[in-house]
Design a protein around this ligand. Sequence first.
Ligand code: SF4
Length: 404
Amino acid sequence: MEKFTLSESPFLDENNPTVFVTAGKGPYQNTVDALRHIDLSPVKGKRVLLKPNAGRLAKPESGICTHPQVVAAAIDVFREAGGIVSVGESPITGVNTLEAFEITGIAAVARQRDCPLVDMDERKFVQVALDGVAIQSLKLCPEMMEYDLYISIPVMKTHMHTGVTLGVKNMKGCLWRRSKVVLHMLAEIDGYDDKPLDLAIADMSGILRPHFTIVDGTVGMEGIGPSAGLPKPLDVVVVGADAFATDAVSCVLMGKDAYNIPHLRIGAERGFGVIDLEHISVSPAIWREFAKPFADPPTDISIGFPEFGILDENSCSACQSSLLLFLKRYGDVILDYLPKDTRYHFAIGKGHEEVPNNTYCIGNCTRKFKNLGNFIKGCPPVGSEILRFITGSPHVDEKDAKGE
Ligand code: SF4
């Protein structure tokens, strides 16, 4: 197994990290203007991998994936600085990378610029060792060995499992294919109060820290993120070389405190970055005026669906999103198919010892209950399959497949 860590960012400040915020000019110009503050001379002649969030099949401005015009601006600016630029992604399980690039609009802006798109799931992984609390090895996409500079370009979102998902967590999309899921499946770790997922993301950030972060706050997502919440228009872009500092400033713009986001707090405690605003230089001075508080993700995903019991034990966000989107779209429809005097449950995740009667077991992690007769396979399962199973209808909703 190889030892691995990304090189130190050549953009880091010697003293306090610096973060720049731009607002009100649209995604392309906000990004260009923010990057104008950075000395990009280290980019010249370097291979640069832009890593947006194109992890799901979602249209631009749905708040789920990075706005294509932010990616377009990053391509233009890093090329102008002399970089050899590509755009890469490894999406959540069940999503094809190139299809995600098409639907998010990123493929179109890349094609216009003749910029290569990289399906980071295409080739075999590279397994690397790390000295983490929750994880001791990771399967990385091979591209993590082949570029000089990695630029994390997340969209500003709340997240059911991790509070927020920003520049640090976006690097999870550099883990190979289904190996991302492993971080969601870890058992509690003796001696630690924090959730294993948060500890694992902090572990990951010890070796997968991007060289630069561009947080896209054009249209973010609040509430049940990362994909079943509501779009939150903000028209801001936040950039910085310290991903933790950039995330901490983004948190404030979202009405959050990075110290309440466990993976950021833990990573900062370990010295991987700075989240203390007293030690971050933020420009312009009026940056806090751009804030628009984001609704928190609910602590219990059954909220909003009182007719059903939702049993979630160690699921990952892909299964949560599938179930939530399914219930939002079809909850009323399926009530007509279920007996009125019976409460039905949906179980997701691999941590169930047993499930009540009348439980639909959703996703491959619940396969052990297959003999109960209400198992719907998939990793993650798609809503149209759940609908088909419950209603018996062969109807397949195209919107379901496109994540609209
Ligand atoms: S079945 Fe669902 S919870 Fe299990 S690994 Fe797949 S997406 Fe995650």
